[in-house]
Design a protein around this ligand. Sequence first.
Ligand SMILES: [Fe+2]
Length: 985
Amino acid sequence: MPLFFLYKPPHPSSHAEEEEEPTQTKRSSAEQPQSSARPETPSILIPLYSFTDRPFVRIAFLPLPDMAAAPASGMLRTSMLRMSSSQFPSSSWSPFLAGDAGRMGKLAFGTASSIPSHRSARWSTAGRGPVVVAAATSKRTLRVEPVEIRSTEEKPVQFKVRAAVTVKMNKKVDWKEAMFDSLVANPLEAMEERQGKNVCLELISMDIDPRTKRPKASQEAVLRGWTERMKGERAVLTAEFIVDSSFGTPGAVAVTNGHQREFFLESIVVEGFLCGPILFNCHSWVQSSRDYPDKRIFFTDKPYLPSETPAGLRELRKKELEALRGDGKGVRKLSDRIYDYDTYNDLGNPDKGHELVRPPLGGEKLPYPRRCRTGRLPMETDFSAESRVEDPLPLYVPRDDAFEEDRMEMLAEGKRKAMLRVFVPSIVASFSGGDFGGFHHVDSLYKDGIRLKRGLQEDLIKKFPFLSKIQEACEGFLRYDNPTIISKDKFAWLRDDEFARQAIAGINPVFPPVSKLDPAVYGPPESAIREEHILCHLEGMSVQQALEEKKLFMLDYHDVYLPFLDRINAQDGRKSYATRTIFFLTEQGTLKPVAIELCLPPGAPATRSRRIMTPPTDATGTWLWQLAKAHVCSNDAGVHQLVNHWLRTHASMEPFILAAHRQLSAMHPIFKLLHPHMRYTLETNALARQILISGGGVIESFFTPGPVAMEMSSAAYASAWRFDQESLPADLIRRGMAEPDPTQPHGLRLTIKDYPYANDGLLIWDAISTWVRKYIEAHYPTAASVASDVELQAWYAEAIRVGHGDVKDAPWWPRLATPDDLAGMLTTLVWLASAQHAALNFGQYPLGGYIPNRPPLMRRLIPEEGDPEYTNFVADPQRFFLASMPSLLQTAMFMTVIDTLSTHSKDEEYLGERRLQTYAWSPEVAESFNEFAAEVGRIEVEIGRRNADPERRNRCGAGVVPYELLAPSSGPGATCRGVPNSVSI
Ligand SMILES: [Fe+2]
């Protein structure tokens, strides 16, 4: 906008001229041919700057000084409005009323034959279309405004419209539920249907009824065909409505479920209005009115900023958000759809014993993002701890955020596999003492490894013959898939170059920053690594030269581990250092480790508190070096899981999602933009609190930090998490892995040119950024439109003040005042939910499933000469190495969990895909999305090309695993690739 159309004086004598279309050449008054009837009347340009859904407009002739020259009357033709709306009758004219200065008149559109003969008449447009609000330019000003009409002045015409309603029922994974449905619920429902206890729909107009001052609503219509057609998974049912010509355009549908059970409402398409089919994209569970007497409201698919909400929908928009926010009280039922906040006070289980007491996360002492509130009752022994719901009992998440059936089936399959896969190792472990006897025992866990009966388990099979039967029956289930990391080169993990490569193309390709711990408590912050330790590995450079040329890098886990080491190492079977690893960037662009510093707390014996390991020159040194690398990997595995994966994607996204549901209406354009990137995150996080990060859960059991794991995560949140540095470019710059350079692609010069995560990530970052910016441009033309969007501002403010309330006063929160601010912030959220999470999540089994390569837990420190264990180590270094790793049972259980966590389900929605949204409401936005999808496809091709480029040695070469974690598409399964839209596993 603005479009323009021309005022033209009436010319009733020339019908042919009435049919003439206005053209572009008529846009200026100078070019406008003058009417022969009234040649003295000037043409007037009327800019068309807005539309409403009202059927009438008012024209006011403004009292300007030279109004004497204003036209007395005229005609406006609907073909002139064709760009604005398809809802006018195509041949409609409207009289342009007499123009005495200051007088008001009416303008409306009907059929050509219905044009009134006198200027005071009013008539209906059959209530079906928006009309124009227009104003004239220059001094001859016409102001054309919406106006309401009293229904008493005419008798509205009634007409019939129809709704096609797509509903879905569960496939019923649970056989008990399926049985109940077939025997009880379905017959009961059929009977009730006959008694009139139906599903009913009501159309709600975008207009206010001028008499009642309430939104206009149709009468309720029953959804037909329920009992006959609900046997399949999905059905399209119909409802018919009678509306009158003054109804306007439907902007919402109210749904009442009179049945016993909930049903899933996919969409409603209303047909019969002149504007064409109207889509209501629902995708929501509708509960029985016995449980929820209020009608469910579904808004039209077209988004509206709060200030643009049609009058008839304003109150409903407000009420819907109030319902979603709830009142912060009570225990949530599984069928609720209330989004609220709480602290992580549900991780411990003090009622089960003191060893399962865990401090709540969230608050001054242990800052943390907030989680979704469930309102469960407190524990009996600790009122500050929420009672737990243990697996397999279901947890509360707002109903529409619960997993759909394909995903539940995938998880159920994972559980079945887990039971079988852990069963045999657990018997073996009890039989063998629990440790691997050699690397061939590790191999026996995999499909391509030695057969069960030829390994350690041979004696076991003789003793328990039923095990061989299980093996034969469940061969596929009992064996783990070969992890990608050993699929191309089984021994790659032993090499230093592979150890280094995984730092930039592995599961946790993020270098942390340098030490900031208090030296008074934790000793000198400087590393004990000296020039002499590394000089011989720098290809002839001095350390100073290497530093100046940005050839030295540090993988620094000093600060995150050191404050917790006393508590970690006090546990049986858990031993850890705070490690620092120095890498040198070689001429070939690959990294090589040149020193590892193993730090213990200051209280440890002097020789042990700072121990430096360097690349070996003899057999003993080689094994010690392997052990040091294993400790680095164990440190890395903990930080990967607790900080980079869980905290920075899963946990930090949750407050933004809760705030979005509470503050952004479903019809808000930003809610629609974020919706695909919020899918399943709340249930994924709830399940993680149930079985992964809980006291005694998977993370505590299989990662070195054990019970202090989540306290470490909280410390990282307090000391290092900054939303303004969560964007990929800012994160790379913060870590010294890139510096701004406008001459380079993406505006960054990478310190390591062949850094697969950064190389591929920047392609995706830019694609997301372009799409988001175009989307924002389409909805927010000015800074004022961002600043004045009350829902948007409330969303951001609540996400910070409540969801991230423990860091709300930090000075680094980006402001939200301009479209640029908004686009930057949303790009970061979409990046975190999609690509960043994918890079950190889907390699867990493929790259971490071979435990010697990346032990998540270490059970022994590295012995020194003189230690009692040193003799054992020298006598059998392989056994000592394996005994330092997780035990057989720990390994089997850990592999089972990360296998499930690395698996894409069948219903995954990947970057550049949309299951629900077509953006049909805006050709401009739809086009932008298509461009985004096409760009995502091009990125996939480019990633394939890079993985085949021998110059890129960090992702291509003999036995090198290609870097595909940011390749956008994937099939189901643990594929080590694929970027889903959301944090969904
Ligand atoms: Fe994840």
